[in-house]
Design a protein around this ligand. Structure first.
Ligand SMILES: [Zn+2]
Length: 450
């Protein structure tokens, strides 16, 4: 592992204060050992110097919710609302193979790295074959990213093909096998969860998920209140006012829980999120693409709920670009509230960094640039016509920066992209393999009736 000294950077530490300064960061054995303004007093012989002139040095972005394999399904099912869209996504499980998951996940990881993401949370919900999960994890490990694999469960639902319905006990044994195989597997952690309650999860499963998560000391990831139709279902079938309220009786909200979307949640439910310490992954591009609605992010932030940002899968985004998501998150709240000052750029940038780290239980490791944390860092070129002149660096990172401005990406102290060249992966081969997997998948999908 390299010892690094990154000099001449505009450093955005992304702590509690919105400060920035011209300075340097030192990394030894994967850990940040110095962050300071000015030039380093000395450079050790065993340190590699990275001259970051013209660049912002900031924490790597954290994509708190996605389905990486879905890059194979970009722009396949458009113009559909959540339920008919979901019917196709679920139905696809009948023809998905472990090879599709490997090829798609690896391409999704390459897109993530090239757009400045250093941590990705894969919300895994289709397991027609246990190997699909193992191949997804293998691709994530090979990518060099810090990763969270949230292996979720579905046990009911009219739109669910039989190959994806699992009995809770059977699913828990498979998750135990995943945990046993990947103990101490570097920058990789695990979660479980009910996929889309209540339409794909029975009350029995919900009860067991909390017990299983606690017994294995892992967190819970779930799709929550993504569309009005899900809330209608919880009212009709369970007599509850909302999905969060419904989940509370099973102990699903909690400090280690992350709820993707949370678009249709009431003020009372936001209070439950705050009181239980639950986090939300806000996925504005996906919500807009599927016509879901606007998540009450401003109220969540006002009440003190921890909010992270996610792209969601490329089947409903259609990219894995978190810069694009940050700008969308900012503009969507401004237009929704018809108030240009309703959300600050620094709040948005925190969602994509420290908010994501906290949501995934990784805040002691990453999300900010601080001495003692692991070195998950990116260099963003601001010496470009679309960045200059710089007047407000936080606003400009949220509203001007593009994925292609990311020059260098460091994960756990390892340089995984340098000057836009991947150092550990053959992106041409990964792309060719993904295109072949896509052709095969689309041919198989064309034989399905939805
Ligand atoms: Zn999702």
């Amino acid at each position: 592992m390299n010892n690094l000294i990154i000099t001449n950077a505009l450093v955005l530490p992304m702590g509690e204060d919105s400060k920035s300064f011209a300075g340097f960061v030192r990394v030894r054995a994967g850990k940040i050992t110095a962050v300071a303004a000015g030039a380093p007093p000395e450079i050790a012989e065993d340190e590699e110097t990275i001259d970051a002139s013209g660049c912002v040095l900031m924490p790597g972005l954290i994509n708190a919710h996605t389905h990486l394999y879905q890059v194979l399904l970009r722009a396949v099912w458009e113009d559909l609302e959540l339920m008919p869209w979901l019917k196709r996504i679920y139905g696809c499980a009948r023809v998905l193979t472990p090879e599709h998951f490997y090829a798609g996940t690896l391409l999704g990881c390459v897109e993530a790295i090239r757009s400045g993401v250093t941590t990705v949370c894969e919300h895994n919900f289709l397991n027609p074959n246990p190997e699909c999960a193992f191949e997804t994890i293998r691709a994530m490990q090979n990518s060099g990213l810090r990763a969270v694999f949230a292996r979720t469960i579905m046990d009911t639902g009219a739109i669910l093909p039989d190959c994806t319905k699992e009995k809770p006990e059977q699913a828990f044994r498979l998750i135990e096998a995943i945990l046993a195989k990947h103990k101490n597997a570097g920058p990789l952690t695990f979660m479980t969860g009910p996929n889309t309650p209540p339409i794909n999860t029975t009350p029995d499963l919900l009860r067991e998920v909390r017990r299983f998560a606690d017994a294995n000391s892992i967190g819970i990831s779930a799709h929550v209140a993504e569309s009005k139709s899900v809330v209608d279902a919880v009212r009709r079938e369970h007599g509850r006012n909302g999905v969060v309220e419904f989940l509370q009786q099973f102990g699903i909200p909690g400090k280690n829980s992350i709820f993707a979307h949370s678009v249709h949640v009431s003020s009372d439910e936001i209070r439950i999120l705050k009181e239980t310490g639950s986090s939300v992954s806000h996925n504005p591009v996906s919500n807009m693409m599927l016509g879901d609605g606007v998540a009450p992010v401003v109220e969540m932030l006002r009440q003190g709920v921890n909010v992270a940002l996610g792209t969601d899968g490329a089947a409903s985004n259609h990219s894995q670009d978190l810069f694009d998501t940050m700008k969308t998150a900012s503009l969507l709240q401004k237009v929704h509230h018809q108030n240009a000052g309703v959300i600050k750029p620094y709040q948005v940038l925190k969602m994509a960094t420290s908010g994501g780290a906290k949501a995934l239980g990784l805040d002691s490791l990453c999300g900010t640039i601080e001495v003692g944390k692991r070195a998950d860092l990116i260099l963003v070129n601001i010496d470009t016509v679309h960045h200059q002149p710089v007047n407000d660096i936080f606003s400009q990172i949220v509203h001007c920066a593009k994925a292609s401005d990311v020059q260098t990406v460091i994960v756990d102290g390892e340089i995984v992209m340098r000057d836009r060249q991947l150092t550990q992966l053959d992106d041409k081969k990964i792309l060719a393999d993904a295109i072949a997997a896509n052709r095969n998948l689309i041919e198989r999908v064309s034989g399905l009736a939805f």
